[in-house]
Design a protein around this ligand. Structure first.
Ligand code: HEM
Ligand code: HEM
Length: 278
């Protein structure tokens, strides 16, 4: 990655990390300061695990998992190790999302509130189920050694599209959930009267949008992509890359390919190899 490009990457990554971490602080402050706190007792404090685990797991950890291959200082690590980190973070996000589902269903059942009546719950549950499917297919395709390379390559566009679509849907579902919760729980003053809690939680929603927008930006820059294994290997064996600090700039010549049409001689090779995920 060229130095200029690397600086842009760092700025976007830092703002995304800040937005994500501040979102976690905001959701904790929401439930601990404005609401009933956290407990596992069938009451409102059990419901509160729902937004908390969603923001930490389904949004922050999933967002991190999505961009983990893009971090230049991991490029000297093996692809297999990065796959385990990507899959592990996604698995953790899934587990936290499932616990957050248990919390809200438990709370509804204890309070005799009907289940699955809202658009939020329909799109939300669909996202959790499809995420589970994405996880199983991801493991089957990219962690099983017997899966043919041609299947891996053919499935990759669907995997990437599916992942980005799910991540975006999860943010949209969270915004619906936040709005519902504010409308249900604020009375005297009501949501429409903009009490401090309403403003605070609206800002949480904005932070989630900013986090989502930046993660999607990072994940869709071709010039920020992890170079293919073959190119990393060539640079290592040719003595081109000795330590991790050199990996970024040294690879810029090979991997900063805006798109397929601009591939030159060496670049054509790197473009071709990039289509062969392993
Ligand atoms: C309920 C999923 C995020 C607030 C539900 C239900 C599901 C669900 C399936 C139905 C539970 C039942 O019928 O017993 C999700 C998913 C989310 C998410 C997948 C992740 C994106 C949030 C967030 C909030 C929230 C961030 C903010 C507080 C609510 C509320 C309910 C609820 C108020 C009860 C009303 C209803 O069923 O719509 N959620 N939720 N949700 N969720 Fe979420
Ligand atoms: C790439 C999402 C699970 C293996 C990606 C990308 C996304 C994504 C958005 C594109 C990243 C980029 O372009 O830099 C997800 C989601 C998952 C999931 C949401 C879980 C629900 C898995 C699992 C594996 C896996 C379990 C198994 C190892 C890969 C591989 C790539 C990839 C090999 C290509 C990385 C590259 O060559 O740049 N994933 N993924 N994914 N994912 Fe997943």
């Amino acid at each position: 990655m060229a130095m200029e490009n690397f600086k842009h990457f760092l700025v976007v990554l830092s703002v995304a990390a800040a937005a994500g971490l501040v979102s976690i602080i905001f959701v904790l402050r929401w439930v601990l300061h404005f609401r009933e706190g956290l407990a596992w007792d069938g009451g409102p404090a059990e419901f509160n695990w729902h937004p908390v685990l969603i923001v930490i797991g389904f949004i922050f950890l999933q967002g991190t998992a999505i961009i983990v291959y893009r971090i230049p200082w991991t490029w000297h690590r093996s692809k297999l190790m990065m796959k385990f980190i990507h899959a592990g973070l996604n698995l953790l996000a899934f587990i936290l999302a499932v616990i957050s589902m248990v919390a809200v269903f438990d709370f509804h059942n204890a309070a005799k509130i009907p289940n699955m009546y809202s658009l939020h719950s329909w799109v939300g549950l669909a996202a959790v189920i499809l995420y589970g499917l994405q996880l199983v297919l991801g493991v089957g395709m990219y962690l099983m050694p017997f899966t043919p390379a041609s299947w891996r390559a053919a499935f990759m566009p669907l995997h990437v599209y599916g992942g980005l679509f799910l991540f975006t849907s999860v943010i949209a579902v969270a915004l619906m959930g936040i709005t519902e919760k504010l409308i249900f729980s604020l009375s005297n003053p009501k949501y429409k009267d903009s009490p401090p809690e309403a403003i605070f939680v609206n800002v949480l929603g904005l932070l989630l949008v900013v986090f989502g927008a930046l993660i999607l930006w990072i994940a869709t820059r071709k010039s920020w992509k992890r170079p293919s294994e073959q190119i990393l290997h060539t640079l290592h064996t040719d003595g081109g890359v000795e330590d991790s600090s050199n990996v970024g700039p040294a690879l810029s010549e090979l991997s900063d390919v805006p798109d397929e049409e601009t591939c030159g001689d060496v670049r054509k090779r790197s473009c071709k190899l990039d289509d062969q995920p392993n």
